[in-house]
Design a protein around this ligand. Structure first.
Ligand code: C5J
Length: 237
C-alpha cells in the first residue's frame, strides 16, 4: 500500500523541476470567462483580438480532465463586480475612457458584472459540482477573496496555474501566491494574452532569477509526469 502523501509528481520545468504531492496541489483556472475569450465581451470592447486567447482552451481542458479523473482540487476564478457595482472603484471603471465600461450592457449582458452571460465561464471549461468558483473584484485572485483561507484549509501548498490573460490576472495571481508562500507552476500552453510580446515577457519574468515568481512548464510535460506517477497513485486509492 502506497501512502499518497509520499507520492511525488516530478514535472520538468524551468528554471528547474517542479515536484508536488497530489494532496497538496490545486489547479487554478483563471478567468476563462466569455467576457475575455469570446467576441462581444469586455476584452473585445477594449479593442483586443480575442482569438489570440483561444489556443489555451484545449490544453487546459486536458489538464482539467486529468484533475477531475484523479479527484484533485480545482479552482475557477471569475473577474467581475456586484450588480450594483458597489465594489467597483471609479478608477477601474473609467480608465482608458472606453466606449463601453464595466457594468454597461453589451452583446452578452452587462460587462464583467456577476450574473451576466459574459461574466460566466466558457462552456469548454465550465465548472462541475465540487469545484470551487471564486468571484474576484480585482486582477489577483487573492485580493478581496477567501482564496488563501480555502487553500490553507485544504492543505494546498502548490498551484498549477492556467488562465487568461497571462500578464494581467495570471501574473497578478502568481505574484500574490508567491508572496503568501504558495509555489506556482504556470503552464505556458494553458495561458494566453492579447499581446504576444507580453505573453513571452511574463513567462520569462516568472521563471527568471531562479524562479523569482514561480516555474513554467507545459501541459504535456505535466500530464506525462502525472501519468508516470499514476501506477503508484492508483495503487494507493
Ligand atoms: C484583464 C484578466 N485582462 N483576467 N483581466 O483585465 O486578465
Amino acid at each position: 500500500m502506497v501512502d499518497t502523501e509520499k507520492v511525488e509528481v516530478k514535472v520538468p520545468a524551468e528554471p528547474y523541476e517542479f515536484a508536488f504531492e497530489p494532496g497538496r496541489v490545486a489547479l487554478m483556472c483563471i478567468d476563462f470567462q466569455r467576457d475575455f475569450v469570446e467576441a462581444g465581451g469586455f476584452g473585445e470592447s477594449l479593442g483586443n483580438d480575442v482569438s489570440t486567447l483561444r489556443g489555451s482552451i484545449a490544453p487546459t481542458r486536458r489538464v482539467l480532465d486529468k484533475f477531475r479523473e484523479l479527484g484533485w482540487m480545482v479552482i475557477h476564478t471569475r473577474e467581475g463586480h456586484r450588480e450594483d457595482l458597489s465594489d467597483l472603484f471609479p478608477s477601474k471603471r473609467d480608465r482608458g475612457n472606453p466606449s463601453l465600461r464595466i457594468g454597461d450592457e453589451g452583446p452578452m449582458g452587462r460587462l464583467l458584472t456577476r450574473g451576466s452571460k459574459g461574466h460566466d465561464i466558457i462552456p469548454e471549461l465550465y465548472p462541475i459540482e465540487g469545484e470551487v468558483v471564486l468571484d474576484k473584484p480585482g486582477k489577483g485572485a487573492f485580493y478581496g477573496t477567501d482564496l488563501e483561507t480555502i487553500l490553507r484549509a485544504n492543505g494546498i501548498t502548490r498551484l498549477i496555474v492556467t488562465g487568461v490573460t497571462t500578464e494581467v490576472c495570471v501574473q497578478s495571481t502568481a505574484r500574490e501566491a508567491n508572496d503568501r508562500g504558495f509555489d506556482c507552476l504556470v503552464l505556458s500552453d494553458c495561458t494566453g494574452s492579447y499581446f504576444p510580446e507580453f505573453y513571452e515577457s511574463t513567462l520569462n519574468m516568472i521563471k527568471a532569477q531562479g524562479g523569482i515568481v514561480g516555474w513554467v512548464s507545459t501541459s504535456t510535460d505535466l500530464l506525462t509526469a502525472v501519468d508516470a506517477a499514476i501506477p503508484e497513485i492508483g495503487a494507493s486509492k
